[in-house]
Design a protein around this ligand. Sequence first.
Ligand code: FMN
Length: 185
Amino acid sequence: MTRVLGISGSLRRGSYNSALLRAATRLMPPDSSLEIASIRGVPLYDGDVEAQGIPAAVTQLKEAIVKADGVLLATPEHNNSIPGVFKNAIDWLSRPPADIKRVFGGKPFAIVGTSPGPFGTVLSQNAWLGVLRTLGTQTWFGGRLAIARAANVFDESGAIKDPLVEEQLKQFLAGYVAFLRRAAT
Ligand SMILES: Cc1cc2nc3c(=O)[nH]c(=O)nc-3n(C[C@H](O)[C@H](O)[C@H](O)COP(=O)(O)O)c2cc1C
């Protein structure tokens, strides 16, 4: 069984990116699963808070990453880059630096994203690349999924109503899981 951890970079109840991950749970290839984790509860990074100890929400997320075979980031885009709340969460996960190798080192990450605009998070996804490189991840580049005009793609309940996009997501997941299996051998 190949286990993927999906992390949405949005806190919004009606988030398109969280909806994308929920849709992905149903479209995973056979003998694989997607568990969704949340960045909710991760405080704003503050070195003084860190000096008191790593917050429980951060430790929990770190251990979920360690246990997963791969991590799928569903990123929104804010001002053509990574939303602050998402970057903040990853920054916390990189503390203390001595733990970066255990949590991120060689971990196969993948990035997807969706936005109501015409470019579907392309620039935010690109902005992640330097971060994932710095943390020593093994990010998969075999597929790309930036879903534009999200309001036309997701229905009121957050389900994907565009069959073409659903197929693209399915193909993306199949490619990523195949990569995870190759990485595990
Ligand atoms: C501060 C801010 C900046 C934004 N900048 C962009 C942007 O650069 N590109 C884009 O496609 N959408 C932008 N948006 C719109 C978001 O894509 C939209 O709010 C989206 O629904 C957020 O993702 P979510 O649905 O997962 O919460 C921005 C929204 C906010 C609040």
